[in-house]
Design a protein around this ligand. Structure first.
Ligand code: PMP
Ligand code: GLN
Length: 404
């Protein structure tokens, strides 16, 4: 692991909240995604680890950003976001989900979904509050709950379908729960929650007066049933913060334009934190993402169909190479069990995969709390948001594993 070494006095180590995120030796461990991308670069392996597309988003959106820069949209935008983007987010929620969201008070533009998550969690929990997530979970959830002083409770998602046991969900939510964080479609498993699970989450949030935070960055990447935002369920909107981002929908992960929608009072509380995080970001990219959100329905259907094809190519390749796979219903990740190939330690397999097959993946254990890693040890995640040719090449190379 190649951490950036930080020299720390003992006092700083005791007082910095972030110290909880440092390794024993005081170094900053890179995220699993950064670590695996660096490994891919070093070994010239095909990078199916960190989830980022290898093609840029729609030409119209790219052109709109160039135009905005030329037109001088280069200074601080308004704190809540540029009106043109706030309006486009509101129209998007209405067009796809029938949600009526007031652009002036119920929407906030953020530096990616990550800042939306950070500001929401920091604004809505007090130290000692419990936050429920599903597990495996996107790594930022654990870090941010820790930064907010919260206590992280998890509900396991188990192979092969990675759906939660509803009694385990009932048991995890109590009157100590402040937030229930949902990620649907789910990273890293590709699971999509059925209506009954979403309904139970709303019921529990009501019973225990919790707020639902739903991370829907893969909202347009489902392969079958259309995405159901939990905020559309009866009684949900009033206690739900819905988060998304332009990164996945427009293949523009580096632009870091995200947003959230929620009732006005909740948005205001989150804005109070957000203004001291980034304040604002991405002035010329905001009107460009607005252009993207107004693209015709065919664009959104097209990206789902395209991603489904890529999923199928990689799924076939992984199975032919001897992995057991769980077929994802959404997102752009697929979980593969390496046990049939004789590997029970996914982290070790991921370290050796460049040398064995010229491919990089990430271990599912990196999405788990230390206490639960063992259960997921043999699982690895592959990203398929890549050109079909590259996925075919990776599949051919992975066949070497069954001969290893
Ligand atoms: N949530 C999930 C589930 C993700 O997979 C990601 C990363 N792609 C993010 C949030 C972060 O999104 P952004 O890059 O917009 O901050
Ligand atoms: N969300 C991306 C993934 O899961 C990576 C984001 C990051 O590098 N932090 O691969």
């Amino acid at each position: 692991m190649t951490g950036n070494s930080v020299t720390m006095s003992g006092a700083w180590r005791r007082t910095a909240r972030g110290a909880g995120l440092l390794a024993e030796d005081g170094s900053v461990a890179p995220s699993i995604f950064a670590e695996m991308s660096a490994l891919a670069l070093r070994t010239n392996a095909i990078n199916l680890g960190q989830g980022f597309p290898d093609e840029d988003g729609p030409a119209l959106v790219l052109e709109a950003a160039r135009r905005a820069i030329s037109d001088g949209v280069n200074q601080y935008p308004p704190g809540r976001g540029q009106p043109v983007l706030l309006d486009a987010i509101s129209r998007h929620q209405q067009r796809f989900y029938g949600l009526t969201v007031d652009p002036g008070s119920e929407v906030l533009v953020t530096a990616g979904a990550t800042e939306a998550l950070a500001a929401t969690i920091l604004a809505l929990i007090e130290p000692g509050d419990e936050v429920v997530t599903f597990e495996p979970f996107y790594d930022a959830y654990g870090g941010l709950i820790g930064l907010g002083g919260g206590i992280h409770r998890t509900v396991p998602l188990r192979a092969p379908d990675f759906q939660p046991d509803l009694d385990a969900l009932r048991a995890a939510v109590t009157d100590r729960t402040r937030l229930i964080i949902v990620n649907d479609p789910h990273n890293p498993t590709g699971a999509v929650f059925p209506l009954a699970t979403l309904e139970l989450i709303v019921e529990l949030a009501h019973r225990y007066d919790a707020i639902i935070v739903t991370d829907e960055v893969y909202e347009h990447l489902t392969f079958g049933a259309p995405h159901i935002p939990i905020a559309t369920l009866p009684g949900a909107w009033e206690r739900t913060v819905t988060i998304s981002s332009g990164g996945k929908t427009f293949s523009l992960t580096g632009w870091k334009v995200g947003w959230l929608s929620a009732p006005a009072a909740i948005v205001t509380a989150i804005l109070a934190v957000k203004q001291f995080l980034t304040y604002v970001n991405a002035a010329p990219f905001q009107p460009a993402i607005a252009v993207g959100l107004d693209l015709p329905d065919a664009y959104f259907a097209g990206i789902a169909a395209d991603m489904q094809r890529k999923r199928d190519v990689l799924a076939t390749g992984l199975q032919a190479s001897g992995f057991d796979i769980s077929m994802p219903q959404g997102s752009y990740f697929i979980v593969a069990d390496a046990t049939p190939l004789g590997f029970t330690d996914g982290a070790e397999l991921c370290r050796r995969l460049p040398e064995l097959a010229g491919v990089v993946a990430v271990p599912i254990a990196a999405f788990c709390s230390p206490a639960h890693r063992a259960e997921y040890a043999a699982l690895v995640r592959f990203a398929y948001c890549k050109k079909v040719k590259l996925l075919e090449q990776a599949s051919t190379q992975l066949e070497a594993l069954s001969r290893a």
